[in-house]
Unconditional design. Sequence first.
Length: 671
Amino acid sequence: MPAVDLKTYLAATMRLFRVPEDPDLSRAQFDAFSKQIPLLYFILISNTIAVAYTYVNVAPDWLTMIVPSVLTLIAGLRTFWWLRQRGLVRSDADILRNLRATNWMTLPIGAGFTIWSFALYPYGDPFAKSQVAFYMAVTVIGCIFSLMHLRSAALIVTLIVDVPYVLFFWATGEPTLKAIAVNNLLVSGAMVTVLFIYYRDFADLVASRKSLLTQQAATQALSDENFRLANLDSLTELPNRRRFFAELSSAFTEAERRHVRVAVGIIDLDGFKPINDNYGHSVGDRVLIEAGRRVREVCEGFGPQRVEFARLGGDEFGLVVCGDPEDADLMRLGQRIGEQVKLPYQLDTAHTGLSCSIGFALYPRSATTSEALYECADYALYHAKRHLRGRTVIFSSELEAEIRSRGVIENLLRTSDFGAEMELVFQPIVDAMSEHTAGFETLARWHSPRLGWVSPADFIPAAERIGLIRPLTQVLLTRALATAKTWPDHIRLSFNLSAHDVCAAEGILPLIAIIEKSGLPPHRIDFEITETAVTFDFVRAQQSIATLKAMGCGISLDDFGTGYSSLSHVHRLPLDKIKVDRSFVADINENPVSHKIIKSLAGLCDDMEIACVVEGVETRAQLDTLRRLGCDFIQGYYFAKPMPGSAIDEYLAKERERLDGDAARAAKVVA
Ligand code: C2E
Ligand code: CA
Ligand code: CA
């Protein structure tokens, strides 16, 4: 046999006696051992005691008492050690080390028992001698069985006991004992064969279980990943809407069970749309990501309540505040979020001026289901956006009353007779320099038999919500045109259109038919459209505006500065007038910001050759400032409150008188 072959052969043989390095196999072996080894020692000890007992009167004490006691003590300690292993969690290295120790421990223990047996043997009579032979044969079979899971240990025991055994009993020359020796040799051979087969199957089983587990783990990882993606917003990598509602419903159930408070919050970014419109979507996306990151940081650092945060879509985010929050906690959270969102954004273009409005609703105060709670938060947000932009609003009993009254208005509006209950009033729009009335804006009034006078600020949005705005607009426009036909030719009519009028699928054909039927020349009509209406559906709004424009009507952009203050609309629409919102006028002489805004808007209108109309002028001082700033038209209580159509003739006559008188006085002064 060549040297190399011999070496590999030897190495392979040595490997048979070593514990292989396979963490999963070792773990399985260790598990099996912790159950079987105590059994092994039980066989060993009980058999040993039986033999010692037979020899107790014939052999010396040290052989029948001391040695068995020491061997039993060792066996007992090992049993105890193994019994303690059952519940313990061990590392792979630890397990391998222990198995190796056990493996090699079989050598001295096996040798010890074998030597002890042979030492006793000479003291016995033939019966006692055959008990030793029996003891050794049976015990070794029991041990091999118990050590099946660790082949190396079973082999060591077989060798250390059976080789001396066969040699020893063969050497006695006694035919019965020789027969036992041969017998044991054959049985051991068979046992070793069974051991090899069993051990191979066991190792295979462990390996296949491992691959099954790996497969399961891979499937689990994949499904975890799918779950993660299905619950993640792809842009901001925040939890998404689906996750938010799952979180909300579980937090709600938990709060119900524990009788504690839970809150829902909805955040809406103020001024996000113009960023998207003016700087493009990629800048918009970056702002969303950054704003999301900042709010997440606030939520993660917030305490003692736990805050879940998600992106609901667009520029809307959701919060679930668990852990019995109070109003003060919600306000504190809202304020921190607001502060973070307001900080400047690193854009190459410009300062964004972003802020956010937040609506909260608290269980159990405001709702009994999670859906209703969300609705309340949504209403609180709506309220914040309308009246307290950039602030936090918690849903309250006042808001609840407001919702109820909204519901009442909607219901009464459904059954109202527009022809009988709706009226129009008219407010002059005056040329800033000449102070001549240039036209009248029509404003709707509803006299409800149940509620009395209802403000258009309440019933127009209600009509929009319940889908009645378009028939209402048609009734109002028909009336407004009829009234305007009675006015002098140079007086224009301004008429408000809602988003639903300009963005309707069938376009504004019904309105065009009404204009044509009225006989009032279209060039005497201005349609007022809010920025919000335009942003609602820009393409449709643009088409409607183009059609009206083509007929000869004028277009005014209403409430300018309150909506998304997006200048892009001014550039992209064929506008004739911009109406600056009255909120800027109120403090024009006190607040430098308002002054600046109106100044720059007037400048913008001048550049673009669009007329600038300023609403809500109530004092002479405001008028003087606006004149200086170059505003073209003025509307407001300073000149007149909205009046019924029947009052217009008299109003115009008085104005003529006043202006004629002024002109005469001026002529006198000049003369
Ligand atoms: P708007 O189009 O901005 O109308 C101007 C509002 O400001 C009117 O309120 C008017 O009465 C008020 N106003 C005028 N001058 C002054 C002033 O000097 N000081 C103050 N504090 N207020 C002044 P109104 O009539 O309550 O209308 C509210 C809103 O309802 C209107 O705002 C408009 O958006 C909507 N609206 C009114 N009539 C109609 C309509 O026929 N159709 C549509 N779609 N909307 C309408
Ligand atoms: Ca208006
Ligand atoms: Ca307005």
